[in-house]
Design a protein around this ligand. Structure first.
Ligand code: 6PG
Length: 229
């Protein structure tokens, strides 16, 4: 497996959001399958991506994980992307494949696994938690060992403490371009372990690398402060 990561270090979270939005909008323009993530990190990147490219009609949108809540719940990753990106587009994506967080997690995972089979993600945008998790792949969790399934149910590892549905390590790593967006001093140690150390189940982000394509980490100066560049 390819281990190299292209590190892009910019001054501040706004610049990181802009670099990420440029990649998102280019993938949308090219008509790709784009996977989004949740949390607070990507909010600004989604807003800027909608401005940079308001026509997403050639693209299909997916998610790398979801909290098991209804789609109109404040904690929903779908809701975040809907409000900051999808609702702001002039032309909607050809398809929006949301993870059905309102279902039983096992059933939602089964349904998303079937939907994702045969799809090549062009861009997979991921965040990292302060504990080193990515998507809903938490440190030392049994989900990290899954090799056959693309999507599984996961225990809540961190706030919000609701069950999750997540793409597995192989499914996240199958994307042609894996992009991590990491900002803030609270993520510096996780970023150091994810991009500056060996693969380790204690830092799930260190396990996800594009298998046949590119992996890029976009960091602001604070998040990059533990990395020697
Ligand atoms: C989720 C996310 C998650 C996120 C990281 C970073 O559902 O929580 O998809 O994996 O990317 O937790 O989140 P923050 O940007 O909020 O720190």
């Amino acid at each position: 497996m390819k281990r190299d990561v292209e590190l892009v270090v910019v001054d501040d979270p706004e610049a990181a959001a802009r670099r990420t939005a440029e990649l998102l909008s280019a993938a949308a323009r090219a008509g790709g399958h784009v996977a989004l993530s949740g949390g607070s990190g990507p909010r600004r990147a989604y807003e800027l991506a909608a401005q940079l490219e308001p026509d997403w009609s050639g693209a299909e949108v997916w998610w790398s994980d979801e909290r098991c809540v209804p789609p109109d719940d404040e904690r929903s990753n779908y809701k975040l992307a809907k409000e900051t990106l999808l609702d702001r587009l002039a032309a909607a994506p050809a398809a929006v494949h949301r993870i059905e967080g309102e279902l039983d997690p096992g059933e939602a995972a089964d349904r998303y696994d079937r939907a994702l089979r045969g799809i090549q993600l062009d861009l997979n945008l991921l965040g990292i938690g302060p504990d080193g998790h990515t998507a809903s792949l938490f440190p030392q969790a049994p989900t990290l060992d899954e090799r056959d399934r693309l999507v599984v149910a996961a225990e809540p590892g961190l706030e919000p403490f609701v069950p999750r549905v997540t793409l597995t390590v192989p499914a996240n790593s199958a994307a042609a371009h894996v992009v991590f967006l990491v900002t803030g001093a609270a993520k510096a140690d996780a970023a150091r372990r994810a991009f500056g150390g060996p693969p380790d189940a204690g830092t799930p982000a260190s396990l996800v690398r594009s298998q046949y394509g590119r992996t890029t980490a976009i960091l602001d100066a604070e998040a990059a402060s533990g990395l020697s560049i």
